[in-house]
Design a protein around this ligand. Structure first.
Ligand code: KG4
Ligand code: ZN
Length: 341
């Protein structure tokens, strides 16, 4: 290995994936191990925080060991440990933070705490060597819907966010209402392919005086009301059409704001990130819109959209290079704001 190469061990445990990764020089993923707990949480229809924490504890050591082995490296070779310390489920975050602190302390390595959303945004650097700030990024995940101006590595301005439900939350709730179960996003995505997106006229909410903010709770209520109406009137429920029409409403809300923001902030590069960014209709719509507006479109492969530790390793690399170091008092911060230290 070249002596100047920087290896980061990334650790992610903010929700229901126990993940570790080794990333070289910020952009090259040497290993990306993800132990998903989806099967267990599916039994309960959603993530059970206490179970998530326990499973992280059971798996974290093995996942890290595998990440180091797959990368053909050892802890001694690692330059810094990067770990998600917020936002997320506090008990789940604490497992990763405690583990990272223990390893960093024992091996005498620097500790770099990473914001989960910064990780999602940074996932775009992995497969796009040409991508550099500034650019606009739409982060759509289970817990977040943010429009972010990425001014520089580690420098962010949130220009819009959801006022109520996150996009992923809306997918999950609607999926549950039409009997698809957890996690809803991928299931709605699949079912929507067989439905008509103009079958039902669901609302596209906007927030007064906040052109870049989102609101999805009205859409969720509209779907529930539609289901009630069908039941009361004895109308047959076509879940394919509901999935397609609901998804189209989300796609429209996202694309309109993102393209407006690109124009307003004069951005010629646009990226998407987060679990919902793996949605096929959202990817196709942005491809089309960006081409129309002559904007270069970036999106991570689906495996780097949903929670993973490679994105944390990448984000930690840029933080590490900028001099960010955390102490042994690093704590989990469940509601950490983007840009806070
Ligand atoms: O980023 P992520 O893995 O975790 C959070 O940080 O929240 O995002 C998970 C969310 C879930 O709500 C899931 O339903 C949604 O991403 N999701 C999708 C798709 N794949 C995952 N939503 C729509 N379409 C998909 N294909
Ligand atoms: Zn996430």
């Amino acid at each position: 290995m070249n002596g100047k190469d920087i290896l980061i061990l990334g650790i992610e445990t903010s929700c229901d994936e126990t993940a570790a990764s080794v990333v070289k020089n910020g952009r090259e993923v040497l290993s990306n191990i993800i132990s998903s707990q989806i099967d267990i949480h599916t039994l309960y229809g959603g993530v059970v925080p206490e179970i998530a924490s326990r499973k992280h504890i059971e798996r974290i050591n093995y996942v890290i060991e595998e990440a180091l082995n797959k990368a053909h490296t050892a802890l001694e070779e690692i330059d810094a440990i990067g770990v998600t310390y917020g936002p997320g489920l506090v008990g789940a975050l604490l497992v990763g933070v405690a583990e990272a602190k223990a390893i960093a302390y024992a091996a005498g390595k620097p500790l770099v705490g990473v914001h989960h959303i910064e990780g999602h945004i940074s996932a775009n650097y992995i497969e796009h060597p040409d991508l550099e700030p500034p650019f606009l990024c739409l982060v759509v995940s289970g817990g977040h819907t943010h429009l972010v101006v990425v001014k520089d590595y580690g420098t962010y301005e949130v220009i819009g966010k959801t006022r109520d439900d996150a996009a992923g939350e809306a997918f999950d709730k609607v999926a549950r209402a039409i009997g698809l179960g957890y996690p809803g996003g991928p299931k709605v995505d699949r079912l929507a392919k067989e439905g008509r997106e103009d079958a039902i006229d669901f609302p596209r909410a906007s927030v007064e005086h906040a052109p870049f903010d989102f609101s999805f709770s009205g859409l969720k209520s509209a779907v529930l009301n539609y289901l009630n109406m069908c039941q009361m009137k004895g109308v047959e429920i076509n879940t394919k059409d509901i999935a397609a029409s609901f998804q189209k409403s989300i796609v429209d809300s996202l694309t309109v704001r993102a393209m407006l923001a690109c124009k307003e902030y004069n951005m010629k590069k646009f990226a998407i990130a987060g679990g919902v960014a793996s949605n096929s209709a959202i990817r196709a719509a942005f491809e089309k819109e960006c081409e129309k507006h002559k904007i270069k479109f970036y999106r991570p492969s689906p495996v780097f959209c949903t929670d993973n530790a490679a994105m944390i390793g990448t984000a930690a690399y840029y933080e590490y290079m900028a001099g960010t170091r955390h102490g042994w008092d690093l704590n989990a911060v469940p509601n950490l704001k983007l840009g806070e230290r």
